[in-house]
Design a protein around this ligand. Structure first.
Ligand code: NDP
Length: 247
């Protein structure tokens, strides 16, 4: 499954799941563009780790929710690098709260980053894929988008929306040999989940048949499969990486 000669853009690639995806795609031979919004140090550390392992990568800052900024940066990236062959829409945030108390700003922030961001980046990056008649897009959704969760109505709605985005773009882009698939992680150990109190983590583990939280590498493995040659006849699907907690 060589990705030699391919350029990959991973949104939110600086930390957590995105970082593991960047490392994995670089190990497969892709040149990786590590996107982040504010933490340049984490992005540089990821880049250094890739280079130390013999891979190649650049960091690239933009806010996926800012259409003008994201589109402009991706357009320039395509001009400079020649193409984006692989896009992983991974950037995501949480602003949790119960429905009745949720502020409109928290709804908007999560929908803008987690769903609209994927729409903006897909639209901008897919032009180059269409020209080349080859592309791989992977949308990182969540088990919460399938099962729902009290206190996460904004996050669940954004992640459920990603299913519609994945399936519709898969249909639109299939004639150009571009596949669009999703990966829906369960609970994965990253900065996003580290803050969960110990008792909450224990409760979650009790609901997972494999009885442990997942690692970012577990998710990166599914992404690697979906961008590699072995999955070329798969589009519009979602792989669940959740230890069996949702079937
Ligand atoms: P982290 O909080 O560890 O990392 C988030 C990443 O997204 C960072 O690189 C961050 O950049 C970037 N980011 C945030 N907002 C923006 C933005 N507006 N524009 C560009 N980049 C942005 O998250 P995880 O690794 O845990 O999660 C990654 C994805 O996986 C998310 O979509 C999340 O919803 C999903 N997921 C995670 C699960 C988990 O258990 N961890 C479970 C299911 C799904 P910076 O460093 O600059 O802040």
């Amino acid at each position: 499954m060589s990705l030699n000669g391919k350029n990959a853009l991973v949104t939110g690639g600086s930390r957590g799941i995105g970082r593991a995806i960047c490392l994995r795609l670089a190990a497969m031979g892709a040149h990786v563009f590590i996107n982040y919004v504010s933490n340049s140090q984490a992005a540089e550390e990821t880049q250094q780790e890739i280079v130390a392992a013999g891979g190649s990568a650049d960091t690239i800052a933009f806010d996926v929710a800012d259409a003008a900024q994201a589109e402009g940066t991706i357009k320039q990236l395509i001009k400079d690098a020649g193409s984006i062959d692989i896009l992983v829409n991974n950037a995501g945030i949480t602003r949790d709260g119960l429905m009745v108390r949720m502020k409109e700003a928290d709804w908007d922030a999560v929908l803008d980053t987690n769903l609209k961001g994927a729409f903006i980046c897909t639209k901008a990056a897919s032009r180059a894929m269409m020209k080349k008649r080859w592309g791989r897009i992977v949308n990182i959704s969540s088990v919460i988008g399938f099962a729902g969760n009290a206190g996460q109505v904004n996050y669940a709605s954004a992640k459920a929306g990603m299913q519609g985005l994945t399936k519709s773009t898969a249909r639109e882009f299939s004639a150009r040999n571009i596949t669009v698939n999703g990966v829906a992680p369960g609970y994965i150990v990253t900065d996003m989940t580290k803050t969960l109190p110990e008792e909450v983590q224990e409760k979650i583990k009790a609901e997972i048949p494999l009885a442990c939280l997942g690692s970012p590498e577990d998710v990166a493995g599914a992404v690697a499969y979906l961008v590699g040659d072995d999955s070329s006849y798969i589009t519009g699907q979602t792989i669940h990486v959740n230890g069996g907690m949702y079937m």
